[in-house]
Every structure is written in C-alpha cells, then in structure tokens.
Write a protein that binds this ligand. Structure first.
Ligand code: NDP
Length: 457
C-alpha cells in the first residue's frame, strides 16, 4: 500500500510520502532509547502536566485535525470532531489516574515471611504501536496516553492511508513537553515491521487491525519472545429479546452498525432477533437504516460517508453478493454505486446460513445481517458461532436474562440495553480471533509494565 492521503469520497490522490529509509528508522530507534532513559526518571506529576498539555493542543486544534481525518479516511466531520474530543478526555483521564493505577501494591508480608512485600509497576521501554485508519487518532491515543503515563515510549507505525494524521501524532507529545523520543511516528509500510519489531531496542508491540496483521505480528513477536497486545476484528452480535424496548433497540442498532461508516471493530454486525418480535424489530430497523443520509462526509447533514479504502468497498460487495448467490435476501441496499470514491450504502441482509461468508466473516461496511431465533438458547448459539469475540449487545428487560447473557456471550465485552462503546474507565479487548490483552482502565497501562515482585526481609 502506498503511503498516501487519498480522499475516499473522490478517489483523488492528494499527497504521497516516501517511506523512511533504514537510516531514518535507526535514528528514531536511538531517539526512542534516549527518550525512554529521560521519561522513566520523570515524576507522575510532570508526565501528567505534559499529558494535560497534549489534551489542550488537541482541543485547540480540534477543527483542523477533524477535517484532516475526514479527508484521509472519510469519517463524517461531526464524528471526527467527537473523536478529537474523546482523545483529549482520554489524555486527561490518564493524567489524573495513572499514578494511582500504577502505585506499589502491598502484598500480605506476614504470609511470605517478609517485613514488606509489594508489586511495583515499572515501564519496559520502547513499544511498537501498529495502528489502523478507522479511528486514526483515538486508536493511537488509547495506547499512547496510558503508555506514556507509565513511563514507556512509543513508536507509531500507522496505517499507510492516514500519513498526515500519523505525522501530527508524531509531534503531539513533543509539542506538549514530553522528551524527544517519547512518541515518534515511523512512516513505514508493513513490510518494515519485522525489522523494527525484531530490533533488541523494541521491547513489545501492540496492534489494532485485521486478523491477518495480528497473526503476522504475533508470529514475529513470538520468535523473538516479545509481548504483544492484539485488538483485532469483531463481528459483534446484537441480540433482541421479546421484553426489549424495540424502538430504542432499532435506533441504537442503526447507530451501532453505521457508526464510522460501518468500519468499527465494535460495531454491531449480526442482529439476532427473537421470532416473537422479529417483524416488529425488522420493520423499525430497516426504516431507520433507510433514513440515513449518505453523502459528503464534510457535510453536517451526512450520516454515512464513503469507506476508507477501495478494498473495503470491494470486500463488502463480494460478501453481500456471496450471500445473495446462496439464497440470502436483501431488504435494503446491497448495490455498490457507480461513482468515484469508495462507497457502499446502508444494507440489510436476511436469511443468512452458515455456508455464506457473512455468517463467519467480519463485514467492515454498513451492512447488517438479520437472524431470526426462537429461543434464548438459539440466540446465544448463533451469537457465539463466530471466530470473533470482541463486543456483544443484548437487549432485554428481563433481569434474569440480562445476567444469563453476561455469563453466556463469548466476548470480551457485554453491553446490555446499550451499544458497545469504549470508555477510558472500562477495560477494552476481546477473546478468540478478536485478540488478547486489554486496553484502557487500569489494565491498559499495566500491559506494558514489568510487574515486579519486591520482598524485603
Ligand atoms: P490492516 O490490519 O491491514 O491494517 C492495520 C495496521 O496494520 C496498519 O498499520 C497496517 O499497515 C498494518 N499491517 C497490515 N498488515 C500487516 C502485517 N502483515 N504486518 C504488520 N503490520 C501490518 O487492516 P486494513 O486497513 O487492511 O483493514 C482490513 C480489515 O482489518 C478490516 O476489514 C477489519 O476486519 C480489520 N480492521 C480492524 C480494525 C479494528 O479496529 N479492530 C481497524 C481496521 C481494520 P499498512 O496500512 O501499511 O498496511
């Protein structure tokens, strides 16, 4: 993939970049090592002040930054602005809470025959962060804010289609006052990841992206025995039971599927509806999906813009065609329009069967699969019949069912009567092919720490 800004709404190439040379990468690795030596000796108060300054920069440059993201990957301008604000909030959250999250934890000294025993969280060094284009700012900040507060430094290999957002991120923390090398961008293609990850100076890697990229990075890291955190795809179920508030469920289902033009790992993708309310839900859901305005992502009236990359539109088209050729019915959309740019319309497909690609694959576009089930057990069976296990949603006002879904859904996150959302306060991550490790809350900053046991006799 070339490193370039290509407007997905038009297909126009706006700016191309040369990948960094081996010498430039080497210089950044050296700077990262020096940056780590400097950063790890700073106090939490100092890092928190810098982190708050980064939040200030994000807030003051919100509108330009949002327009840049919209130009590079097609999310609506309104959602891009919201993303910048969310990043500033995330930075402030870790500025305030990291010290308590990473404080020494006393252990029962008496039981281990010590005067004192405790665990101490210490940073480990440069972490390679391989990030995707879908939330080009948030995905990177979700790693960077906790990591820098812990005293680690970051090397960002961002997706090749968001180079200008990547360059902004590479400057952000230095501008906020962090030492040189605390967070740098490596403008490289994925072909250079192996060389960087196997370099002794890089201590670990985090990747958010596709299953294929996850397998590759985990394989390389395994060979050199380095820790990875993987946040991969998802095909989240959205179960609707008879006691649910159907109006609310249909409204949230539409947002949960079409947020970010359908390109979110935690988007609800499979809508599993009890037969008692199937028709009533389907009618409301299709009506809501029909009412979405598709158009220029810069326009405030737009709900759904283009897909970020051409391959995304090709993949969605092939997945829907595959389902239709095997007997699925299209209730809405289902045709890729002939126009410049990478467009795919809001689509609802029903009568899906396990032979169809949509049953098991993630659809990274505003395409909803609708499933009819006749019992709680069948709902859970279909919800769990996926290689993925990231988020999940259950809609029911029956308290007993709410608890059962929390137990039975095979996912890293269960949201009852709401859509899966990432909050700094809640751990974020998946099971099965959705990856491993957790981001956010107190677990995010701890993932890349040496959790050191100290025993004093
Ligand atoms: P990728 O996984 O290809 O890209 C994500 C990041 O990984 C990019 O920085 C990319 O770099 C890098 N990368 C890709 N392949 C490798 C590799 N073999 N080794 C090291 N790094 C690699 O995602 P796409 O952008 O192609 O999107 C395709 C699919 O990925 C989607 O359909 C969706 O399933 C999933 N995805 C999931 C996301 C999530 O939030 N969980 C976000 C985005 C995508 P480069 O751009 O240079 O290739």
């Amino acid at each position: 993939m070339p490193i370039a800004t290509i407007n997905p709404a038009t297909g126009e190439v706006l700016k191309t970049f040369e990948p960094m040379s081996a010498d430039q990468i080497e210089e950044r690795l050296r700077t990262a090592v020096d940056g780590f030596a400097a950063l790890r000796r700073t106090s939490f108060d100092q890092r928190a002040a810098w982190m708050r300054a980064a939040a200030d920069i994000l807030e003051s440059e919100r509108d330009q930054l949002a327009a840049l993201m919209t130009t590079e990957m097609g999310k609506t301008l309104a959602s891009a602005k919201a993303e910048v604000t969310k990043c500033a909030t995330g930075c402030r959250y870790y500025a305030e809470h990291a010290e308590a999250m990473l404080a020494d934890e006393p252990r029962g000294a008496k039981a281990v025959k010590a005067l004192r025993a405790y665990t101490r969280y210490q940073p480990i060094g440069p972490v390679l962060a391989i990030m995707p284009w879908n939330f080009p700012l948030w995905q990177a900040i979700r790693f960077a804010a906790p990591a820098l507060m812990a005293g680690n430094v970051g090397l960002l290999k961002h997706a090749s289609n968001v180079p200008q957002t990547a360059l902004f991120l590479g400057e952000l923390f230095r501008r906020a006052g962090f030492p040189d090398g605390a967070f740098q961008t490596l403008l490289i293609g994925s072909d250079k990841v192996e060389a960087v990850l196997t370099d002794d100076r890089v201590r670990a890697a985090t990747l958010t992206g596709s299953e294929g990229a996850g397998r590759s990075v985990a394989g390389i890291a395994g060979r050199v025995l380095k820790k990875t955190v993987l946040e991969l795809g998802g095909s989240d179920p959205f179960v609707v039971m008879p006691s649910a508030d159907l109006d609310k469920a249909a409204e949230v289902a539409t947002i949960a599927r079409c947020q970010n033009n359908g390109q979110s790992c935690i988007a609800a993708k499979r809508f599993i509806v009890h037969t008692d309310v199937y028709e009533a839900f389907a009618e409301r859901f299709v009506a809501k999906m029909t009412s979405l305005v598709v158009g220029d992502p810069m326009d405030d009236a737009t709900d759904v813009g283009p897909l970020a990359i051409e391959q995304g539109a090709i993949d969605a088209d092939e997945q829907v065609r595959d389902a239709v050729s095997k007997g699925a019915k299209v209730l809405l959309g289902g045709e890729r329009p002939y126009r410049p740019g990478w467009w795919y319309p809001p689509t609802v497909v029903t009568d899906l069967t396990p032979e169809m690609r949509m049953w098991h694959e993630e659809v990274f576009a505003p395409v909803a699969g609708l499933y009819r089930v006749s019992s709680y057990e069948e709902a859970v069976e279909i919800a769990n019949d996926s290689p993925y296990g990231l988020g999940s949603n259950a809609w029911t006002n029956d308290p007993g069912e709410q608890e059962r879904f929390a137990d039975d859904l095979d996912a890293g996150m269960v949201f009852v009567n709401g859509m899966t959302t990432s909050y700094p306060e809640l751990p974020f991550g998946g099971v099965k092919h959705s990856g491993y490790g957790r981001e956010l809350a107190e677990l995010g900053p701890r993932e890349f720490c040496n959790i050191k046991t100290v025993w004093v006799g």
